[in-house]
Design a protein. Structure first.
Length: 376
């Protein structure tokens, strides 16, 4: 392990530096499982291994143990994924990932579900040895990665090599404060509505930029989708291979452009504002303030540089919002601010940007459904 990893400055590592990190062994794996790294503009895809351990409950190893040492207290069986393994609803599984890390003392990592994973209500988070936190990988960590997977709505089929989550590497301070966000928005635009940058006084900031819901809907009043329970098996190796009608029902707005969210039901809605992530930044949807209501508004959080951006002046791209109300029915209105996107600085502008050139699925999206379903 190198003592340090010299980068041009503090921040999240973009694609060109992720390639170098792989070449220098910060991320390693058995190439028989995954021949080449899946490098995104500011993250690396992580891939499932051969077995899923069925757990009686979720856990963290804490500082005194490895994940393997704690497993015997929780495992209730194994699922062989090599011919396709079925993961039942509302059951935690732990899957050793193909990738391992050997980080220098100045490089940390953070994991997050991929957007396609969050949109099917699959909750996943990374565990590391000797850790008391999910998804946060300490600087200097050397060891294996494990993925806890819980599918709350659909019974899913997975196989080795599938990527359900992704990893960012960073060094130094990467957070972008509100003053810099305002300056950047005034210069190049970060949030748009109806094709125009938001006015400065409409830009709600608090360690990030707040987004509201779009509940205007289409000509039929449809504003999004609600997941059906007890639907068919969802095969995550079959991209575009599922009929949306088997898994989703449309959500229609009420008078006044509002919707009542039923408790513990899973909804896919769109943001009213469109987001732009310039090449020198990355974004992350961050936890919703619980003082604003019993509502969770995202399950997958990374936005790559280039999302909602191109050199011709693309006015942002709207975000899909995974929404669940807890405990009581909850009324949401058009424009209600329900989530926040934080920006992080890259150590240098990304050489590869999100978009059609690299086969990105959600640039300019007008529907919230994931890549596993045929487009409406």
């Amino acid at each position: 392990m190198a003592a340090t990893f010299p980068v041009p400055g503090p921040g999240v590592l973009p694609s060109q530096w992720l390639v170098r990190a792989v070449d220098e062994g910060l991320v390693r794996w058995d190439r028989a499982h995954v021949p080449e790294p899946a490098v995104q503009p500011a993250s690396l895809d992580l891939h499932l291994g051969d077995v899923a351990y069925r757990l009686r409950c979720s856990f963290l190893p804490d500082t005194g143990h490895t994940v393997e040492e704690r497993l015997e207290d929780f495992v209730m069986g194994e699922v062989d994924l090599r011919k396709g393994g079925v993961l039942e609803r509302n059951r935690p599984y732990l899957i050793p990932l193909v990738e391992e890390l050997d980080l220098p003392v100045d490089v940390r990592a953070k994991a997050n579900p991929k957007s396609s994973t969050g949109r099917i209500d699959v909750f996943c988070r990374v565990l590391t040895d000797h850790s008391y936190r999910f998804d946060e990988v300490a600087a200097g960590y050397s060891g294996r990665l494990y993925l806890e997977v819980i599918s709350s709505t659909f019974t899913i089929r997975v196989e080795p090599g599938l990527a359900l989550n992704q990893l960012r590497l960073a060094t130094g301070r990467s957070f972008v404060g509100d003053a810099e966000l305002l300056t950047t928005h005034q210069k190049s635009g970060l949030l748009f509505q109806d094709g125009h940058p938001l006015a400065d006084d409409a830009l709600a900031r608090a360690d990030g930029l707040f987004l509201g819901l779009d509940l205007t809907g289409d000509e039929d009043g449809v504003v999004g989708y609600r997941a059906k329970r007890n639907s068919r098996l969802l095969d995550l190796s079959a991209i575009g291979g599922h009929d949306p009608d088997d898994y989703w029902e449309p959500v229609v707005r009420e008078r006044g452009n509002q919707v009542v969210l039923e408790p513990e039901e899973f909804y896919l809605l769109l943001s009213a504002q469109a987001i732009r992530i310039p090449p020198e930044f990355a974004g992350e949807m961050v936890a919703f303030d619980p003082t604003s209501g019993e509502l969770r508004t995202h399950y997958a959080g990374f936005f790559d540089p280039g999302f909602g951006y191109d050199e011709s002046g693309m006015p942002g791209s709207r975000a899909a919002l995974e929404v669940r109300a807890h405990d009581v029915p909850f009324m949401v209105q058009h424009g209600l601010r329900v989530c926040k996107i934080a920006y992080e600085r890259l150590c240098e502008p990304a050489a590869t940007l999100y978009g059609s050139a690299i086969g990105s699925n959600y640039q300019g999206q007008m529907s919230t459904l994931s890549k596993y379903f045929r487009k409406p």
